[in-house]
Write a protein that binds this ligand. Structure first.
Ligand SMILES: Cc1cc2nc3c(=O)[nH]c(=O)nc-3n(C[C@H](O)[C@H](O)[C@H](O)COP(=O)(O)O)c2cc1C
Length: 235
């Protein structure tokens, strides 16, 4: 047990990274169970209908946005910055995303590697907040993800000088078309050195589960002295 700023943390046998995976997969599968058999049956039908519709119309997947997460950084003047990025899975318990290392966020992270990331799942209603420090992903893993991207999205990443001023939108399209011509005949388009993955090593993982009457269930895990400690919080 650790008493920190009036929070009582208990050493936890649960691993929040596993719990995260569980919630994340449940959100992907629209898996949601209540204590009410009738409601569970209705949910089962809804889940079935959703999965069937997504099979028919994969674009529907976008509606649920489970991979779209808010990423918070801090700039040199200690001003917070938040933007959405795509979460790309856990690597050894670390939260990954990909970006341009020369973008504003890249520069902010170079200067201050502390970040926060927030997930929201609509179905079931849940939020997960992460705090931690980022480091750049190793080049092999960045290359592996780069290769998995479509050709045009690789070309798009090459021509985007992310966060830098652009004359007009037509300029971006022109840059893209020029690069497309440049790489005709090149099967393996190389990953630019200034583009790759980041890994967040979590120090805090906080879970929030929506319940009736605003009695939401909220608890925080904190990594201290090599173990995860847990405390409950008012929602
Ligand atoms: C749904 C969505 C997903 C996005 N995914 C990414 C991403 O994975 N990586 C990224 O660098 N930017 C992504 N962006 C763009 C960022 O929100 C942001 O505009 C960009 O990274 C520049 O941010 P910065 O100037 O703070 O560096 C995404 C935007 C949206 C709306």
């Amino acid at each position: 047990m650790i008493n920190e700023q009036n929070f009582i943390y208990h050493k936890s046998r649960e691993n929040p990274q596993y719990l995260f995976e569980n919630w994340y997969n449940n959100a992907k599968e629209f898996h949601f169970k209540t204590n009410n058999i009738l409601f569970d049956l209705i949910l089962w039908f809804v889940r079935f209908a959703l999965k069937f519709s997504i099979k028919l119309f994969p674009e529907l997947n976008e509606l649920f946005s489970r991979d779209i997460v808010a990423l918070g950084t801090v700039d040199k003047e200690a001003k917070p910055k938040v933007r959405m990025v795509l979460f790309k899975g856990l690597y050894d318990g670390n939260f990954s995303f990909f970006s341009n290392y020369d973008s504003d966020k890249g520069i902010e992270l170079e200067n201050n590697p502390r970040v926060s990331m927030t997930f929201y799942f609509r179905f079931p209603p849940r939020q997960i907040r992460i705090e931690g420090q980022v480091e750049k992903m190793n080049t092999n893993d960045s290359d592996a993800y780069w290769k998995s991207r479509g050709r045009d999205s690789r070309i798009g990443a090459i021509v985007s000088k992310q966060s830098r001023p652009l004359k007009n939108y037509e300029q971006l399209v022109e840059d893209f078309m020029n690069e497309k011509e440049n790489v005709i005949g090149t099967e393996n388009i190389a990953r630019p050195e200034n583009w790759g993955g980041y890994l967040i090593k979590p120090t805090i993982i906080e879970f929030w589960e929506g319940k009736a009457n605003r009695l939401h269930d909220r608890y925080r895990f904190k990594f201290m002295d090599g173990s995860w400690f847990k405390t409950h919080l008012y929602p």
